[in-house]
Design a protein around this ligand. Structure first.
Ligand code: NAD
Length: 513
């Protein structure tokens, strides 16, 4: 069987031979236990890394804190030049890195390429931004005075990332953090460690070519215990953490306890409202890609369809019909739409969720199940399922990170659908399919969707980097990527300058000596 060029991709990324079982990236001082990375695609061992011990961590932090002192001296547009070179190197390595993402994480090769493209896009965005880290001048109430606002680098930014976007989340954070003058320490998901090593190898080459210390970009490996080294560390003013709400609840509290800042990007429970005027040509691909893309393992995956009763049967039949066309298999094979889940735990969670939905009264329209036989040897391939359910079911209220789509009806006005859409604890992404201007505007208004992302006539997944990305409620409230998300990576300073010969006090306070 072809390996779809994986071996070549690994070599191009500076990772050792696929069957060798070892792989260490530059700037990885790790000496701890071995973490093996098995591909959910074929169940084979891809390679392994060593976990970071406390002593290793201290070495990393030493390199990072030293690097910060010189990196912050570099003018921001020059830091932008480093990010420009990084983006260009990613263009060269796009196919190889996209393949590794697909093979280690299991998303389709097209989505793997898309993930690398997001890294390239955020680099381009950051390069321009490196000349626009603008503060403002503010009129002072006192004669001969001026006020202004400046943005200064923060220091060491800690990044904790999830398995499902094993390279892009890092780049969303680092590209901005670097132009802001920060240095980064990254703890990638223990489920996709080789992706982090590949990324580190790419940036290490750029830093070396530019005679810059490698401490500007550091990686540490391991599970939550290694993450905790960062969340409790007062040398890290900002921890950007992407993952489950369960993780965010702990990380947010730990970082807040020491008065650090956290940027939390947590779980979603995303819905599409389908109104009577919705165009099926848009609804079907939008809903199906949203529900089954990345095998339902995107934070923005579509979990719920809230369909007006007048079009319910038509929409249901069209979606169920489209599920019949889905090809499941090796994600590197471009004829396949859906690859595997990340691991056997994820498969068990998926199976348990289907059983729970049934037990709560759900009506299964498209049966799920684990695929067996040739090509499915890893045991991680599952069938995307569709279940008619009620919004209040406990399982529907919960984010199951798998391809299970819940269908439900609404009647009457769009407000009823918005009520259901908002009636969950999470607040990441949402969408409405409508050709009624008033419905769309209501959905986007303050009384509409309560999510960080609200779309009209496109699905819930597939955000562009130009906008700020993130969500409300249990999604954590953080924003990263575009718009003014850069501000979280800097500290704001307000200055008042007196160029007069007097010292008038603010608010007209008299203090005569
Ligand atoms: P996870 O929460 O299991 O792990 C995420 C990361 O957090 C891992 O690196 C893990 O080691 C680390 N971690 C866990 N507990 C920790 C602790 N106490 N202290 C420090 N670090 C800790 O999540 P996952 O299964 O890898 O990813 C899936 C989840 O991520 C889903 O809920 C998904 O919605 C969410 N996600 C959200 C976004 C977003 O932008 N909102 C993006 C991608 C994924």
């Amino acid at each position: 069987m072809t390996d779809f060029g994986i071996k070549e991709a690994l070599l191009e990324l500076g990772l050792q031979d696929i069957n060798n079982g070892t792989s260490t990236g530059s700037n990885n001082f790790s000496n701890g236990e071995i973490i093996e990375s098995y591909s959910p695609v074929d169940g084979k061992l891809i390679g392994s890394v060593k976990a970071t011990t406390k002593e290793d961590y201290e070495k990393v932090m030493d390199a990072a804190t030293k690097a910060f002192l010189s990196f912050r001296d570099m003018p921001a547009p020059q830091r932008g030049e480093i990010v420009r070179q990084f983006g260009n190197k990613l263009r060269e390595k796009k196919e190889a890195l996209g393949k590794l993402v697909s093979y280690e994480m299991g998303k389709s090769y097209q989505e793997g390429l898309g993930e690398v493209q997001e890294m390239i896009d955020i680099c381009d965005f950051a390069v321009g931004l490196s000349r626009q880290l603008n503060g403002q001048t503010i009129p002072s109430e006192r004669p001969g005075h001026v006020m202004r606002e400046q943005w200064h680098p923060l220091g060491v930014v800690g990044i904790i990332s999830a398995f499902n976007f094993p390279v892009a989340v890092w780049a969303w954070n680092t590209a901005l953090a670097w132009i802001c003058g920060d240095v980064c320490v990254w703890k990638a998901s223990e489920k996709a460690p080789l992706c982090s090593v590949a990324c580190q190898n790419i940036i290490a080459e750029i830093l070396k070519d530019n005679n810059l210390p490698e401490g500007i970009s550091c990686i540490i490996n391991g599970d939550y215990k290694v993450g905790e080294m960062m969340t409790t560390d007062t040398r890290i003013p900002l921890v950007s953490a992407t993952g489950s709400t369960r993780m965010g609840r702990i990380v947010g509290a730990t970082v807040a306890k020491r008065f650090g800042k956290s940027l939390l990007e947590l779980g979603g429970n995303n819905a599409i409202i389908i109104t009577p005027t919705a165009d099926l040509k848009v609804v079907v691909p939008g809903a199906v890609f949203g529900a089954v893309g990345t095998c339902g393992q995107r934070c923005t995956s579509t979990r719920r369809l809230i369909i007006h009763e007048s079009v319910y049967d038509k929409v249901r039949d069209a979606i169920v019909g489209a599920y019949g066309q889905i090809k499941i298999g090796n994600p590197l094979d471009e004829t396949k739409h859906v690859g595997p889940l990340i691991d056997h735990d994820a498969v068990n969670t998926y199976l348990a969720a289907i059983e729970k939905a049934k037990a709560e009264g759900g009506n299964v329209l498209v049966e799920g199940g684990v695929l067996k036989g040739e090509g499915y040897e890893s045991g991680c391939y599952v069938k995307p399922a569709i279940i008619e359910a009620e919004n209040h079911f406990e399982i529907v209220q919960h984010e199951t990170f798998a391809p299970i789509l819940y269908l439900m009806k609404y009647s009457g006005e769009v407000e009823n659908a918005i009520g259901k859409q908002n009636g969950v604890a999470q607040g990441l992404s949402s969408a409405i399919m409508t050709n009624e201007m008033k419905e769309a505007e209501k959905f986007l208004s303050y009384a509409g969707s309560d999510c960080g992302i609200a779309n009209v006539n496109i699905g819930t997944s597939g955000a562009e980097i130009g906008g700020a990305f993130g969500g409300e409620k249990e999604t954590g409230g953080g924003r990263e990527s575009g718009s003014d998300a850069w501000k979280v990576y800097m500290r704001r300073q307000t200055n008042t300058i007196n160029y007069s010969d007097e010292l008038p006090l603010a608010q007209g306070i008299k203090f005569d000596l």
